[in-house]
Design a protein around this ligand. Structure first.
Ligand code: ADP
Ligand code: MG
Length: 422
């Protein structure tokens, strides 16, 4: 073992209190410490932040972290401040700061106190900031949620596309670290191309297999509500999330469940903040078993023992489906992912897109076609998902290879289409 490795483990323990790296973290960190351009794909919860935080803490200079969400930046900065007596160890630079605060941030950077500087892409484009950062020692630039660069990602942000030029102006030789949980080859290619990451960049991709999740698709008939009630009752006492497309459906289904003796609460962005927090807490504290929600629910929610995720309506991409089903079985225990599918719902989703720019519609359509293929396939669902993410999977030898409806009960394709009313 080289002294470097010992150091990394010691730093991991010292700063984060962990005694082991998770997955590919150590290799990623070595690549960053060596000053290489580094591209990291790991599923949500894989521990991507630590991949750039640790090298930032042990290297000279300030690492710039580009992140799309102020809330996410704040969380990370607070956590980092908790590990140091020095408040200036991490800062956020954004438009909400006063002149005085900005001055303080810049002083801390100049004095070598600040190891991580979190910025939104908009702030990084500001000329005065670029000028200032040019004159500082920057260890590297980490781009979190790097899929925002790609129109094929689920969260495209135009500001992300100019990052490369700005980074170049801050410093020609600054290593770039791009991290994302989006694994489709298309998005990956886009990111690398846009950032000018060539063959000399190091790429790391963790497996996206979730071996403890069971995937199942059922045809969506007019009896879908009764079917859901039956399922939930069979799983009484277990925590579950039911996703619906519209707020109205969320309300209706939550009520239907309540009337049928299931403890359930609704959650969507139309509820006032107080109610949302209350319902979320009820779910987290297990005062209710089930939350019926739009996709507004889930971001940043970390309940380890969610035992089922039901999609009353099929999501608009395989990625959304993967993210949402991924909230089941975080603790490694059972997680049943059940989605109801009818082609009518696909048509509905197509219709929603019709007002959007043509290019966006085309992408949306292509993503939806993959969902159709997934829902209608008779092959292993796990194999399909992993293939979509550019990963080979062998059901005979791979972990969780027998955990989906198509593998468990191979059936003829047309059966899945029967009785589709809605
Ligand atoms: P991601 O950004 O990939 O979704 P995060 O960086 O938010 O994931 O990390 C997810 C969780 O994993 C966090 O609670 C973090 O503290 C934890 N974690 C990260 N690295 C380790 C490790 N080496 N050992 C134990 N827990 C870790
Ligand atoms: Mg993250």
């Amino acid at each position: 073992m080289s002294s470097e490795e010992i150091d990394l483990h010691a730093s991991l323990k010292k700063y984060f209190g962990f005694s082991q790296f998770k997955g590919l973290q150590e290799d990623v960190i070595k690549s960053i410490v060596e000053g290489k351009h580094t591209f990291v794909i790991m599923p949500t919860g894989g521990g991507k932040s630590l991949c750039y935080q640790l090298p930032a803490l042990i290297q000279e200079g300030t690492a710039i972290v580009v992140s799309p969400l102020i809330a996410l930046m704040k969380n990370q900065v607070d956590a980092l401040r908790g590990i140091s007596k020095e408040n200036g160890i991490a800062h956020v630079l954004n438009s909400s700061l006063t002149k005085g605060e900005i001055k303080q941030v810049k002083e801390d950077i100049s004095n070598g106190i600040t190891k991580l500087l979190y910025v939104a892409p908009e702030s990084l484009t500001k000329e005065e900031h670029v000028e200032f950062l040019r004159s500082q020692k920057i260890s590297f630039v980490a781009i979190d949620e790097a899929h925002c660069i790609s129109e094929w990602g689920h969260d495209f942000r135009p500001e992300y596309r100019n990052l490369r030029q700005i980074i170049k102006r801050i410093g020609d030789a600054i290593p770039i670290i791009a991290v994302t949980a989006t694994a489709t080859p298309k998005v990956q290619e886009d990111i690398m191309k846009n950032l000018g990451m060539t063959s000399e960049a190091n790429s790391f991709k963790a497996s996206f297999n979730r071996p403890n999740l069971y995937y199942e698709i059922r045809p969506k008939t007019k009896n879908v509500d009764a079917d859901i009630i039956r399922f939930v009752k069979q799983n009484q006492g277990k925590s579950g999330i039911i996703y619906c497309l519209s707020r109205k459906r969320v309300e209706e289904l939550a009520q239907v469940l309540q009337v049928n003796g299931v403890s359930a609460v609704p959650y969507h962005a139309g509820l006032d903040a107080k109610t949302r927090v209350k319902h979320q807490d009820m779910f987290l504290m297990e005062d209710v078993d089930v939350v019926v929600a739009t996709i507004a629910f889930g971001m940043g929610i970390d309940k380890p023992d969610v035992r089922f995720v039901i999609h009353h309506d099929i999501p608009k991409s395989i990625e959304s489906y993967y993210q949402e089903t991924g909230r089941a079985g975080r603790d490694g225990g059972e997680g049943h992912c059940l989605a109801y599918y009818s082609y009518k719902d696909i048509e509905k989703l197509e219709k929603f897109m019709s007002g959007k720019p043509v290019a966006e519609q085309e992408i949306g359509h292509a993503l939806l076609q993959e969902v159709v293929a997934y829902a209608e396939t008779s092959m292993s669902r796990r194999k399909f998902i992993l293939h979509y993410f550019g990963e080979e999977f062998d059901n005979e030898t791979g972990e969780g290879g027998d955990l989906d409806d198509n593998v468990r009960n191979p059936k003829k394709k047309h059966e899945a289409q029967e009785d589709v009313v809605k």
